[in-house]
Design a protein around this ligand. Structure first.
Ligand code: FAD
Length: 485
């Protein structure tokens, strides 16, 4: 789910992150009594069979840390490329962001650098059923990026010209008001038009990644749950073993796909990845219908879910300031500049309070024989953000009067791991030979995850990358590169 600025309908993530910077710089304080980030015991993800801990092998070609979409897809393709691959997940498969998202599988309105990966990911998503012989809930439904004004519709036209050059398979079209109204009666009265892409779609976050994990196991990947990775042992500077809470395993290659935990893990190795986590929330209702497929724009969100329910996104995201936020602030300086151009129009709240205190209590460094934070917090989630949904309901009721009868049946939160340019890192880590990172997808990782996993596997396996990995190199944060924000 792209974090959108509701007035301009542009991807507001850089602004959101810049907001953290502005808040910090101004010493802004907005402390609640409860932390936004919490440990949950209730997984949204369905359980699928995994491997018993007693069967952790002594050796693997590659160890993957993290059982979300990034880790599971990386393992799937590594195995396809002939590498014996083991996944360690500290909680259960997909119990963090990968089951707590909005379920969009799309390329509509994404940044240019992500488009080839997003298009490739759609092919993976919609091909899983044939590959595995069972449905993973992915389907092409057609998604709308709604444009409240003619100016934004023109921006969508510009995007389309750019996008078709970057990824020729893009089949998006710009709908004017009448065309939009014809496709979704009622919506035309609120919007100037939309960017519509028939080949975009969705998958159910509660089911999809566990089912891909099931398919990966069927093909030979080993997946161990409740197995936190604490660190590594080395031969010289290179990785020789991965140390888990249940013992160690020999390997020379490790892919870190730790989502919101990636920079915390790297910090223990003395490596700085400028990652800021953002709390967001969703809800689903029954008893009323919104439009077909999925849509976002202005104050409107909807996704038509497989069980006949509808989920909606939020107009407000929270940046819980932690000790790490101060460290990453310089990396977000460019975004900060952007914010100062339009400071009132940022869909975020900055919270400096209990999360900050909790982060001070958390160990910054640990040894391999110590119980770690990964074992203490098996399932990271965030509190629900009620204010972010009220306006969405109001707008939905104007367009679909029936939604007055909606009965909210579930509310949940989650954490997005964001980097300053809203692009992931898919690269090796020069300081630690054998270590690779696949992380930093912010609000787009569910969708592009299989494409990212495929690219990561190509890099690790030493194959020719099928898409250009340059925008995703780790060094861009440290070598003076101009980041695209
Ligand atoms: C509210 C919300 C809405 C979103 N909407 C969308 C959307 O519509 N479309 C979209 O494309 N994206 C969306 N996203 C983003 C998407 O969910 C994420 O980008 C994606 O799930 C990230 O996947 P991941 O595998 O990188 O991380 P995660 O799913 O967080 O997985 C990382 C895993 O690593 C494990 N781990 C971490 N450290 C260790 C360790 N030391 N040892 C063992 N295991 C470890 C964690 O337990 C976790 O399970 C949304 C996110 C949120 C929060």
């Amino acid at each position: 789910m792209a974090i959108r600025n509701s007035k301009t309908n542009t991807n507001a993530l850089p602004k959101v992150l810049a907001g953290a910077g502005a808040g910090l710089a101004a010493g802004f304080l907005l402390a609640g009594r409860n932390p936004w980030y919490t440990q949950s015991d209730t997984s949204r993800a369905i359980r699928v069979e995994t491997d018993p801990i007693s069967e952790i092998p002594e050796e693997a070609d590659v160890v993957v840390i993290g059982g979300g979409i990034s880790g599971i897809s990386t393992a799937l393709y590594l195995n396809e490329f002939g590498l014996k691959t083991v996944v360690f997940e500290k909680g259960s498969v997909a119990n963090e962001a990968s089951s707590r998202n909005f379920g969009w599988v799309y390329s509509n309105a994404l940044a240019q650098e992500l488009l080839p990966m997003a298009e490739q990911a759609k092919e993976h998503w919609f091909g899983f059923a044939d590959r595995f012989g069972f449905d993973v809930t992915a389907r092409r439904t057609g998604n709308f990026t709604l444009a409240p004004t003619e100016k934004e519709l023109d921006q969508h036209r510009e995007w389309l010209v750019m996008a078709q050059k970057a990824a020729p398979t893009i089949d998006a079209q710009v709908l004017n008001q009448a065309e939009l109204e014809e496709k979704v009666p009622g919506v035309g009265k609120m919007f100037a038009g939309a960017l519509y892409q028939p080949s975009d779609g969705m998958a159910e976050p509660s089911h999809a990644v566990p089912l891909i994990a099931k398919g990966a196991r069927q093909e030979g990947v080993k997946i161990f749950e409740r197995t936190a990775v604490r660190g590594f042992e080395y031969s010289g500077k290179a990785i020789s073993k991965v140390v888990t809470e249940h013992g160690s395993i020999r390997t020379k290659k490790v892919v870190l796909a730790g989502g919101s935990w990636t920079s915390y893990f790297l910090n223990n190795l003395g490596i700085n990845l400028p990652q800021q986590n953002i709390a967001s929330s969703l809800l689903r209702f029954s008893g009323a219908k919104a439009g077909p497929g999925a849509a976002m724009g202005g104050d409107i969100f909807w996704r038509d879910e497989l069980p006949g329910t509808v989920s909606i996104g939020t107009l407000q995201h929270i940046i819980p300031v932690e000790i790490n936020s101060f460290k990453v602030l310089p990396a977000f300086a460019g975004s900060l500049k952007e914010l100062l151009k339009d400071p009132l129009n940022v869909p975020l709240r900055i919270s400096i309070g209990p999360d900050f205190i909790n982060s001070l209590k958390r160990k910054r460094r640990w040894k391999n024989d110590e119980v770690t934070e990964f074992e203490r917090v098996r399932m990271l989630t965030s509190r629900h953000i009620p204010a972010g949904h009220k306006k969405v309901f109001k707008a939905l009721e104007e367009v679909f009067p029936d939604t007055k009868n909606a009965k909210v049946i579930e509310r949940w939160g989650g954490s997005m791991d964001a980097l300053p340019d809203s692009l992931p890192v898919l690269d090796q880590v020069d300081q630690v030979p054998g270590l690779y990172v696949n992380s930093g997808y912010a609000g787009e990782g569910f969708s592009v995850g299989p494409g990212g996993g495929h690219l990561m596997a190509e890099i690790v396996a030493g194959r020719e990358p099928s898409i250009d990995p340059t925008p995703f190199r780790f060094s861009r944060f440290h070598d003076g590169s101009q980041l695209s924000i």
